[in-house]
Write a protein that binds this ligand. Structure first.
Ligand code: F6P
Length: 361
């Protein structure tokens, strides 16, 4: 059994609700349970690139008792700056992976817990392989696209936020006889749209996994009108393409493009086809911040305890996960082999169809 005494922890990729709850739980399990020291690395792998490496020791009182309730990550994170293809200020792309590994060594760590999504795990696994780092992964992503776990930290709070947005949109839609389009995040997986759409009473849900036709969408709105409904709620996932197959993106000055724009496209097409007055809400990063819901706090705590126990047992290159009401662990390599996307024949799609929700096909 590996007797790790000093373990590192970093948050990587886009933030989400529940990350501080994870950091808190590791502190309890590692410090209280095993008598280890916990080193919190700042800003993901960026903290290991800095010289000296940027970190702070995580102690039991670091949060003042508030960690469970806090959104974001006290350690900071980044979803850019892949150390294997690092963009330098002068435009060159350099492999700086060895510097990250040297930073890890500088901290004298015995093992590393990475809290990330598929992109982060790909990078961390490569670093671990190259540098002999003992790595355990904890899944977090509002998109819920990591495979082999039913759910990742952050997803359920994002779904609750999107559901609440629909709760807020419905009364104003009904008051003004409007079609309200809500664009939600999710990258290439439509889990947030489908789950929040069902929970929030959407009439139409468009996800990247199910191709849609605009005339089906317009038909649904006409049918609602014929049945006396004066409003409609439409949820569209950000990666849905235009009917012609174009992927719409938002270009950020000085940053990488992200998905965005499909909400306005769908809203305009609905207005043209049906004459309905249409408004569009792009929910954006509201889905990432905020207070973690009860389920994300629970997952964070359970995952972290299990991850620390994996280190104690000397079982590395594994990701913890949730399946059948239990915490499990799986090979990290298998979890990132393919994304978990919506099964068009799966239970939630069947539920949506059973409720008469139009999925655009
Ligand atoms: O992967 C999480 C996520 O929030 C996606 O849903 C979204 O497309 C993306 O990150 C946004 O990235 P950024 O924080 O760079 O705008």
């Amino acid at each position: 059994m590996a007797a790790a005494k000093r373990i590192g922890i970093l948050t990587s990729g886009g933030d989400c609700a529940g990350l501080n709850a994870v950091i808190r739980a590791v502190a309890h399990r590692a410090i209280d349970g095993y008598g280890w020291r916990v080193i919190g690395i700042r800003n993901g792998t960026a903290g290991l690139l800095a010289r000296p490496a940027e970190y702070e020791e995580v102690t039991l009182d670091v949060f003042g008792g508030n960690a469970l309730r806090m959104g974001g990550t006290i350690l900071g994170t980044t979803n850019k700056g892949d150390p294997f293809a690092y963009p330098m200020p002068d435009g060159r792309i350099l492999d700086r992976s060895q510097e990250v590994i040297d930073g890890y060594r500088e901290l004298g760590l015995d093992a590393l817990i990475g809290i990330g999504g598929d992109g982060s795990f790909r990078i961390l696994r490569r670093l671990a392989g190259q540098g002999g780092i003992s790595l355990v992964g904890i899944p977090k992503t509002i998109d819920n696209d990591l495979d082999l776990t039913e759910v990742s930290i952050g997803h359920q709070t994002a779904v609750a936020t999107a559901t609440e947005a629909l709760d807020h949109l419905q009364p104003t839609a009904a008051s003004h006889s409007r079609v309200m389009v809500l664009e939600v995040m999710g990258r290439d997986a439509g889990h947030i749209a489908l789950t929040a759409g069902i929970a929030g009473g959407a009439d139409i849900i468009l996800v990247p996994e199910i191709p849609y036709r605009l005339d089906s969408v317009a038909d649904k709105i006409e049918r609602l009108k014929r049945h006396g409904r004066n409003f409609a709620l439409v949820v569209v996932s950000e990666a849905v393409k235009t009917e012609e197959g174009e992927q719409l993106v938002t270009v950020h000055i000085g940053g990488k493009p992200t998905y965005g724009g499909i909400g306005h496209y769908i809203g305009d097409r609905i207005a043209e086809a049906t004459g309905a007055e249409t408004r569009v809400t792009v929910l954006g990063h509201v889905q990432r911040g905020g207070t973690p819901g009860a389920r994300d706090r629970l997952l964070a705590s359970a995952f972290r305890v299990h991850a620390v126990d994996l280190i104690a047992a000397g079982r590395f290159d594994r990701m913890v996960g949730w399946r059948n009401r239990d915490v499990i662990d799986v090979p990290l390599a298998e979890a990132i082999e393919r994304p978990q996307v919506i099964d068009p024949a799966g239970p939630l799609v069947r539920t949506a169809r059973g409720l008469g929700i139009c999925l655009g096909d």
